[in-house]
Design a protein around this ligand. Structure first.
Ligand code: BTN
Length: 379
């Protein structure tokens, strides 16, 4: 009975997981280098150090995964899918990739709590030494989760990932982790857009890039100018969900879940995608590579004690507009302006009567969002 249960559990967790594969990476590198000239199976086999049969097996696998490899006398790579497979990314060795899952956040939690001795745990055991996060990434989520019990609608085309971080921080520091994660998302979005300006032939004035903001605690929003109504409106492009595991005075693991609307805006009334912004398809592979790199660097800065530098950067990019603050599931509410981040990570708000209040928990909505947010909970 016990055995059957654990087999089911393992089956459910392991289904569809794709890991970094050294041979596949080498084969792709060789194919890319040879370009249209192509390369023989024999040459690949020799360079990679595998048999020719293993080469053709891997080529079949790559074709199944969406690559187009033409085979005549030589192998020619005619196309690669825009999919962030682990071997396509700089941090690929730290990634567990899925085509679909219920929620990357739940997969990460099972990995931490399940503690099963499979390849994923070997990855997990590496965290303390190199401090690099382990990522669960999926192309689609059936039951994506947002903050405060909300749903995160997760169609194909966007980024969904959960980073598992090893930590010895006290629970009250977690809000800082969320802010730091939000900053890394904002920087990745800007970096992607800047690359598009450089290489993709699109124009984005700096003043427009400056309108991409962090909305406390960790959303990234776009402030968009509407020519018709001659006013600004706000749309959410990314969200972060942080969950901590361990004791109140010493957290063992933090799971930071990140969703970024790259090509699809799931709730047009409040959300926006990068594609809406640049009117051009956004590469999931390129964006994922940038985000994982930015996140790792920002998280390392935080771990090495640079919170105050990061806080300054967050404040520079903070949405400071007029806000409606909802606390405790909509019960308490007041209106004011976000004026800054306190040293402990809470939000400093100036209220309409000129007094200040610090916000530790809850959500902050630009005007006109509140009703729409709650309407969408019914979907
Ligand atoms: C929010 O703004 O409410 C946070 C949204 C977080 C969504 C991400 S998508 C990847 C990870 N998996 C989940 O189920 N949720 C987070």
């Amino acid at each position: 009975m016990g055995e059957k249960k654990s087999a089911e559990f393992k089956g459910r967790r392991a289904k569809g997981a794709i890991y970094f594969n050294e041979n596949i990476k080498k084969i792709l590198d060789i194919l890319r280098e040879s370009g249209d000239n192509g390369v023989s199976g024999e040459e690949i086999a020799k360079k990679v150090g595998i048999t020719r049969a293993a080469v053709s097996k891997n080529v079949r696998k790559l074709n199944e995964l969406g690559y187009t490899i033409k085979v005549s006398k030589k192998y020619i790579l005619a196309g690669s899918p825009d999919i962030p497979y682990p071997w396509e990314l700089r941090y690929g060795k730290n990634i567990i990739f899925f085509k679909d899952v219920n929620s990357t956040q739940d997969e990460a939690r099972e990995l931490i709590l399940g503690r099963k001795r499979d390849r994923r745990n070997t990855l997990l055991d590496r965290i303390p030494e190199d401090s690099k996060p382990i990522w669960i990434i999926s192309l689609y989520q059936r039951k994506g989760r947002g903050r405060l019990g909300r749903t995160w609608i997760s169609p194909y085309g966007n980024f969904y990932g959960s980073a598992i971080l090893k930590s010895d921080l006290p629970m009250k520091e977690i809000v800082k982790t969320s802010l730091v994660a939000g900053l890394s998302v904002l920087k990745s979005i800007k970096k992607y857009l800047e690359q598009e300006v450089k290489e993709g032939g699109i124009e984005i004035p700096d003043v427009v890039l400056d309108r991409i903001k962090i909305k406390w605690p960790n959303d990234v929003i776009f402030e968009i100018w509407d020519e018709n109504s001659k006013s600004h409106f706000f749309r959410k492009v990314a969200g972060v969900l942080s969950e901590a595991f361990g004791e109140p005075d010493k957290v063992e693991y933090i799971i930071v879940g990140i969703g970024v609307n790259l090509n699809v805006s799931p709730i047009p009334e409040i959300s926006y995608s990068l594609k809406d912004f640049i009117k051009k398809d956004v590469s999931l592979k390129k964006f994922t590579d940038i985000l994982l790199d930015e996140f790792t660097n920002t998280w390392e800065s935080f771990r090495y004690g640079r919170w105050f530098e990061l806080k300054t950067e967050i404040e520079r990019n903070l949405y400071r507009g007029r806000l409606e603050i909802i606390k405790d599931k909509g019960e308490k509410k007041f209106v004011g302006f976000a004026v800054g981040i306190n040293p402990d990570g809470s939000l400093k708000v100036e209220k309409d009567d000129a007094s200040f209040e610090d916000v530790y928990y809850g959500d902050v909505f630009p005007p006109e969002w509140e009703s729409k947010m709650f309407e969408n909970q019914k979907r």
